[in-house]
Design a protein around this ligand. Structure first.
Ligand SMILES: N[C@@H](CCC(=O)N[C@@H](CS)C(=O)NCC(=O)O)C(=O)O
Length: 222
């Protein structure tokens, strides 16, 4: 099994799960270009050229949620990372989809609109870019992100893990946006999300993922 891993990216989710599963894998690391895009080399593995990409048994898989579900179905024989009760199963499915379909697009927008004042935006557009970016954030984007951040915090106030009482693929999937949303907030804000992340960071598998794949340093969470 081979994980194509862009440093400081969603691929950390997969690394963390691989380490939790304890299955052997080969890691191929890529660095972002100055545009923050992945290098062209990744397009030779999968046409979308984004990370993560997992190669296993002749399959080439993209989309972190789909990869997590594949790993769970293929290598988690005891269903350690998939809950079984109806409510927890519903939550599991919800958070697996929600992370990339509702939450991450807002965070990507935050990154884009917050970076219009710097390269690779051409110098002559940076001043107007900064004003435009700030207007979008203030009038619309920050409020949308706040709603989602509070929603995540409420879930973690009511449950130890995203899908109930046990660690699951829902947590692997949500780890990337939670790290991002905590990065820009004061320590006393979001106590439940912080408690969740501290527990996550104390797990040997998380620490090993950081050791082999590099740190996760994000700041798009508003
Ligand atoms: N929805 C996809 C998003 C993949 C994605 O956009 N990955 C980012 C890294 S966090 C990336 O590769 N960006 C660089 C690029 O697309 O060129 C997933 O969850 O796997």
């Amino acid at each position: 099994m081979k994980l194509h891993h862009l440093t400081n990216s969603r691929s950390h989710r997969i690394l963390w799960m691989l380490e939790e599963l304890g299955v052997p894998y080969e890691l191929v690391c890529y660095q972002r270009e100055s545009t923050l895009l992945a290098p062209e080399a990744l397009k030779r593995i999968h046409p979308l050229g984004s990370s993560p990409v997992l190669e296993d048994n002749g399959l080439v898989l993209a989309e972190s949620g789909a990869i997590l579900e594949y790993l769970q179905e293929t290598y988690d024989a005891q269903n350690q990372f998939k809950p079984t009760t109806p409510q927890a199963k519903a939550d599991y499915r919800f958070w697996l989809h929600y992370a990339e379909s509702s939450l991450m697009p807002l965070m990507v927008m935050k990154t884009v609109f917050g970076n219009l004042d710097r390269p690779p935006v051409p110098e002559m557009f940076r001043k107007i870019g900064a004003m435009f970016g700030e207007a979008v954030q203030k009038t619309w984007l920050n409020r949308r992100i706040d709603t989602h951040v509070n929603f995540v915090e409420q879930q973690l106030a009511a449950h130890e893990w995203f899908a109930g009482d046990t660690l699951s693929c829902a947590d692997f999937q949500m780890s990337f946006p939670v790290v991002a949303m905590l990065a820009r907030r004061a320590p006393e804000e979001l106590p439940h999300a912080r408690r969740w992340l501290s527990t996550v960071e104390s797990r040997p598998a998380w620490q090993k993922a950081i050791e082999v794949g590099g740190p996760l340093i994000l700041s798009a969470g508003g």
